[in-house]
Design a protein around this ligand. Structure first.
Ligand SMILES: C[S@@+](CC[C@H](N)C(=O)[O-])C[C@H]1O[C@@H](n2cnc3c(N)ncnc32)[C@H](O)[C@@H]1O
Length: 359
């Protein structure tokens, strides 16, 4: 059986997360095709919006009556009683085709005496909430193949949003990591047992690590951050060791720990700086990151860090030669490729995610 993982906005980062679980996953551009996946894994993935099961895989060049294809698949999902709610999503989105298929499906379903209603509005693909509440079929067009798939798992947006926005202690000034990104970073690190966050802030990484079943430990320079983490962890019914500590002065690490952290991203920005200003701001922050990497992190320890980059249009500015500098400090870099990034459109400071391992 094959599944399609529908990736979040940062497709490269989301695909990398999937590859840590399924190294054979095939990149379909915004989607990943995975053999023998368990859709229950969706709960563990921050970067996958939904998982659908492949029902048909057709050569892209084959002329297909999509209405007939979809009608036949829908018919397999008619409930014994009540109205049949369904929906269709097409990728890349094609409003005209979507409207045409939905229009043609109506009389066909009626003819079969199936009381039904589709949830698509104005030729738009379904939202995540709609996907979760009906039988959703997806038509996915790639250069080589066309896939018809049935959504079998959708991300619980409400739960993420609750963990993000309803936590009792929030610190908008120093920034909080979205829980999804915390989950992605933890998955990239593949911890054995304990996740240590030495820049824990209000505790998003600790929270997600504990919810994923790992042990956790946090420290931060700021007393307020430690108290915020404590409150937020209590709110989800969890706790872990927390201490006030300068990350550049850590002299010993917990046994078998994996380090996952979002370091200080610098002061909030009022607007977009010039490239020179951005470079200067990053150069000012760099010693903090390098001094932290100089602490006696035990050999073999994996370190996944979120560090800032300036999200200047067409010219993102990164810390200069950071990977080379980390290598000089005794780290290896598993993936030698362009940095994985996470930034909203028009967000001045984005996050670059780097994975290191102490040699
Ligand atoms: C961007 S915040 C981390 C936010 C956190 N990931 C969260 O979601 O709440 C960076 C944190 O690094 C802390 N920090 C800055 N310099 C530090 C240092 N030298 N040692 C330890 N923590 C430091 C700040 O107090 C701040 O809480």
């Amino acid at each position: 059986m094959q599944h399609i993982f529908h990736l979040g906005r940062e497709t490269k980062l989301c695909l990398t997360e999937i590859l840590t679980f399924y190294p054979e996953a095939k990149d379909l551009g915004g989607f990943a095709l995975v053999k023998n996946a368990d859709p229950k894994i969706l709960k563990r993935l921050g970067g996958t919006i939904k998982i659908s099961e492949v029902k048909q895989e057709l050569p892209a060049s084959l002329p297909v009556n999509f209405t007939e294809l979809i009608f036949n698949e829908l018919k397999k999902n008619i409930p014994n009683s009540g109205k049949f709610q369904y929906g269709l999503s097409i990728h890349p989105s094609r409003t005209g085709l979507l409207k045409k298929i939905l229009k043609e499906l109506k009389p066909k379903l009626k003819q079969e005496k199936i009381s039904s209603r589709y949830l698509n509005q104005d030729g738009k693909n379904l939202s995540s909430i709609q996907s979760a509440n009906c039988t959703e079929l997806n038509l996915i067009f790639t250069n080589e193949k066309t896939y018809l798939s049935h959504t079998v798992a959708t991300q619980n947006i409400a739960a993420y949003s609750k963990r993000d926005y309803e936590r009792p202690a929030r610190d908008d000034m120093s920034g909080m990591l979205p829980p999804k990104l915390a989950q992605i970073m933890i998955n990239l690190a593949q911890p054995e047992e304990l996740v240590y966050d030495p820049f824990c802030g209000s505790g998003t990484i600790l929270q997600e690590a504990l919810l994923m079943g790992f042990q956790a430990k946090g420290s931060d320079l700021s007393e307020k951050a430690i108290s915020d983490s404590q409150k937020n962890l209590k709110w989800i019914g969890k706790e872990c060791p927390l201490e006030i500590k300068d990350a550049t002065e850590i002299d010993s690490y917990p046994k078998n720990c994996t380090i996952v952290a979002e370091s200080y991203l610098g002061p909030p920005q009022k607007g977009f700086p010039t490239p020179e200003e951005a470079k200067a701001a990053l150069a000012k922050l760099e010693p903090l990151y390098l001094d932290f990497l100089k602490t006696p992190i035990p050999s073999g320890t994996k370190v996944v860090l979120a560090l800032p980059f300036f999200n200047l249009q067409n010219n993102p500015i990164f810390l200069e030669n950071f990977i080379e500098k980390a290598k000089e400090l005794g780290y290896s870099v598993p993936a030698e490729e362009a940095p994985l990034t996470y930034a909203r459109k028009k967000q001045v400071i984005g996050r670059m995610i780097i994975s290191l391992r102490k040699k």
